[in-house]
Design a protein around this ligand. Structure first.
Ligand code: NAG
Length: 587
């Protein structure tokens, strides 16, 4: 009955042209709604609105707020620091991160101080990951990976910069491989543990794939940093069956070499006191110990072939899609970053840091502590946990979410920092693979940078950690040749360094004397001097006046145009008639 009615009404509709028009309009609306549902709704669902968010986190300053400088060419992220526990808030160590993403103005490795001021940055053209300080032969180095990132893998090299920011070592894996972005870990013995991804043919039949398919095999190598010699190499496919993975074959993955199946996804390598290797496999949800003698699996925590009895009701072995497994031999503990998700469509689970105690002999695991972000973070990729026993703190880098946090050892949040607007974290427009805190002393080989803009001097020195003040020295000598030999300069005044870039107003009585700024350390030693500078002559003022004149003329023009339009509207009929009349006359 209802079907007949529908048919009749449809029939009537089709019979009139006007109805046809209505049908077209309706289909257009339905089509738009479908497209909106398909493409816009998923994006809207990724927007994380919270009532307790400030302007920064709501994106009022952009997805990745940044600041620029007069004396320095690059922009650096603006950090939003929230100290949670009063005095115990954020510690005063430096922060090391490598922000990247569509909303990062100048990606690369960066160091920030406790006030969120930039200390050093390098703008790298290729992708930078895993930026941190590591000790090698009694010296601290800044280390990072730089190269081409393809999906979740990398093809590049690992770099080690000394305290003058000079590249001292560039490390590549042995064999016909690109160095992978996931880990570059320097051991106390002075060797490097690195990761490699290598596509090879494999039987994917056990997971419903092709008999002759392709996998990204995962390797790690131990390298001698100085000689580049390989001391150990290990391949995941030799020891782990493909069907232990939690990753699923989809959209033709595994059918071609260039579209190989990422069954294992190694993302960290460490070493225990026996010299065995501790590796993390994101796609198997496992942390495994690999014998340094045979390459065999000694034990596995988590995943489908877990060897441990979980004394914490399953909580110690329930991690998934995790990163950054580190072994701490003093108390047989393992730390890791449990992503708990690897895609937006995964169930709503919270990412967290974990400290797990292992009794290796009894094969027992228990959860000691967890660390959560105050905004229930779901970081679908990346992330790390740094245990800083020397200051009794834990630092978590939230990876795909532009945030890092500090905690006391028992899991209490002390400090939370964002370097992107948190309402848009799920869009991944600003991310940092890992974040670390630590000490650093940098003495760059460059000169300090300074520029004079009208009556202000702007001075900075990228990477100089020991500068506490700037000394203004003016040249009032007789013989202009002397100025180039650093002679005849007199002390004018000292100014305290204020952040990355210090602003100093040119003293009135300096006139047009040539001057320079000397960087002072806490002992009053001069660490470096700027180029010679001079107060801007009147051209600077003239430039400003031109802008003002242009602005005033523009506003006048706009007002005149508005008046004209208003007049035209007001007298539309009569004016038009008049213009017609004029045309008639002219013809
Ligand atoms: C993997 O496949 C093998 C044989 O193809 C089977 O014996 C084993 O039980 C499978 N393992 C899992 C975790 O499914």
């Amino acid at each position: 009955m209802a079907g007949l009615k529908l048919f009749v009404s449809l029939h009537r509709l089709f019979n009139s042209r006007r109805s046809l028009f209505q049908i077209i309009i309706c289909s257009a609306i339905a089509g738009s709604l479908w497209l909106f549902y398909l493409f816009v709704v998923p994006q809207l669902l990724r927007f994380r609105f919270r009532t307790d968010l400030g302007w920064y986190d709501l994106g009022a300053y952009g997805f990745g707020p940044s600041r620029s400088y007069a004396s320095f060419q690059y922009e650096s992220p603006l950090l939003e620091i929230t100290a949670v526990d009063g005095d115990r808030g954020c510690d005063d160590l430096y922060t090391f991160l490598a922000p990247r993403g569509d909303s990062v103005a100048h990606p690369g490795p960066m160091v920030f101080d406790a006030d969120g001021e930039l200390v050093w940055m390098k703008h790298n053209w290729e992708t930078t990951q895993d930026f941190k300080v590591q000790r090698f032969q009694g010296e601290d180095y800044l280390t990072y990976w730089e190269g081409e990132q393809v999906d979740g893998r990398g093809y590049g090299s690992w770099y080690m910069l000394d305290s003058t920011y000079t590249i001292r070592y560039v490390i590549n894996p042995v064999g016909d491989f690109g160095g992978d972005l996931h880990d570059f870990h320097i051991t106390p013995e002075g060797t490097a543990l690195v990761t490699v991804y290598d596509p090879i043919p494999a039987d994917l039949g056990s997971i419903g794939g092709p008999k002759i398919g392709w996998i990204y095999d995962c390797l790690f190598q131990e390298l001698d940093i100085v000689s580049g010699e390989m001391l150990f190499e290990w391949r995941a496919s030799d020891k782990f069956p493909v069907n232990s993975t939690y990753e699923t074959l989809s959209g033709g993955t595994g059918k071609e070499r260039s579209f190989a199946f990422d069954f294992f996804h190694i993302n960290s390598v460490d070493k225990d006191e026996q010299g065995d290797y501790i590796i993390s496999s994101r796609h198997m949800h496992t942390i495994s110990c690999i014998s340094h003698l045979t390459g065999d699996i000694v034990w596995t925590l988590g995943g489908k072939s877990n060897d441990f009895r979980d004394l914490s009701d399953g909580e110690a072995t329930s991690f998934s899609w995790q990163h950054d497994a580190r072994w701490h031999q003093e108390n047989s503990t393992l730390t890791l970053f449990d992503n708990a998700a690897h895609a937006h469509k995964d169930p709503e689970r919270e990412s967290r840091g974990m400290v797990i105690s292992l009794d290796i002999r009894k094969r027992e695991a228990s959860l000691l502590a967890t660390f959560y972000h105050p905004h229930q973070q779901k970081s679908i990729s990346q992330g790390n946990l740094q245990l800083k026993d020397d200051v009794d703190r834990v630092v978590i880098g939230w990876g795909h979410s532009a945030a890092y946090s500090e905690y006391s050892m028992d899991g209490k949040l002390l400090c939370n920092v964002h370097f992107g607007a948190s309402a848009f974290f799920d869009f991944g427009r600003v991310v940092s693979y890992r974040v670390f805190k630590g000490d650093w002393v940098g003495n760059p080989q460059t000169r300090p940078d300074a520029v004079v803009l009208s009556d202000m001097i702007y001075v900075s020195w990228n990477g100089a950690t020991e500068v506490v003040g700037w000394r203004l020295e003016a040249w009032d000598g007789e013989d202009i040749d002397e100025v180039n030999h650093s002679e005849g300069f007199t002390w004018i005044d000292d100014f305290a360094k204020a952040g990355f870039e210090t602003e100093i107003s040119v003293p009135d009585d300096l006139g047009y004397l040539v001057f320079r700024l000397a960087a002072l350390d806490s002992q009053g030693n001069v660490l470096g001097r700027t180029n010679l500078l001079q107060r801007e002559s009147d051209h600077g003022i003239a430039k400003e006046s031109i802008v003002w004149i242009a602005l005033i003329m523009g506003v006048c023009g706009l007002v005149a145009a508005l008046c004209q339009t208003k007049r035209l509207i007001a007298c539309r009929h009569s004016c038009l008639r008049r213009s017609n009349a004029y045309e008639l006359v002219s013809l």
